[in-house]
Design a protein around this ligand. Structure first.
Ligand SMILES: [Zn+2]
Ligand SMILES: [Zn+2]
Length: 242
């Protein structure tokens, strides 16, 4: 009884601190959002990445896609490999309603952005949009939550309804390259060209996998008059085309 009493006194005096968003362990005073162990696990995933699209590669400077084709965006960066703790966190965030992960994940994106001046010079941050049917099902657009966090941290204006997804597209898993490209044709639409005209746009998404979403969004924004498009995601995959 006594020890319980003392425990509650102790808890009052020293309230349990903030916890790691990824593993739940309590944070040390110098740790922000995640513990050093989780942070290390994300950063050791950092290997060689394609200079253009940030897809993970085993050698050389570019992935097999970028060696042959040219994505319309200027450059894409991602904070880590879509694996381990980062993959778990992104799945919780996207599919299991854990919206609070927007903060630590958004910080991860912002830390990646500050490594490249071009990202800091962006005029506008916009999320990859979700079709309204899907948005109604999920209740939130995970890319929008991330984009908002990045915008606050970098001090760049944020616009959410500039780019809209007007066509519900099929799941791209199992589709070939041509089919993927066709699948997204005309899927996105710029509502107000004036907002993107001559602007450098920072496009935010959660994951860069096939690259076709980023490709299609960038193409749409450039056609609407954007000066350039930079892409930033929390995670990217290994070179899937090699
Ligand atoms: Zn942790
Ligand atoms: Zn590439």
């Amino acid at each position: 009884m006594l020890s319980e009493f003392f425990q509650s006194i102790l808890q009052l005096l020293f309230p349990p601190g903030p916890y790691c968003y990824f593993c739940g362990s309590s944070l040390k005073s110098w740790e922000v959002y995640w513990c050093s162990r989780c942070k290390k696990e994300i950063s050791i995933n950092k290997g060689l990445q394609c200079r253009k699209c940030a897809r993970f590669i085993t050698g050389g400077e570019m992935c097999s896609f970028c060696q042959k084709d040219n994505y319309p965006f200027t450059v894409a960066r991602s904070a880590g490999l879509y694996d381990g703790k980062l993959k778990e966190a992104l799945q919780e965030f996207k599919f299991r309603g854990k919206r609070s992960l927007a903060k630590p994940l958004g910080r991860l994106l912002a830390l990646e952005a500050i490594k490249d001046e071009r990202f800091l010079e962006a005029d506008l941050i916009i999320p990859v949009p979700m079709h309204r049917v899907k948005l109604a099902q999920r209740g939130y657009n995970q890319s929008e939550l991330l984009a908002k966090e990045v915008a606050v941290k970098l001090g760049i204006p944020f616009e959410k309804d500039v780019l809209v997804k007007i066509r519900h597209t099929a799941d791209m898993v199992g589709l070939g390259r041509e089919e993927r490209s066709k699948n997204l044709q005309g899927a996105f639409f710029v509502q107000d060209h004036n907002i993107v005209l001559q602007k450098s746009i920072l496009l935010i998404d959660d994951i860069f996998t096939t690259g076709f979403t980023a490709l299609s969004c960038s193409e749409t924004l450039l056609k609407a008059g954007a000066k350039k498009v930079l892409v930033l995601t929390a995670a990217s995959n290994f070179d899937i085309y090699s």
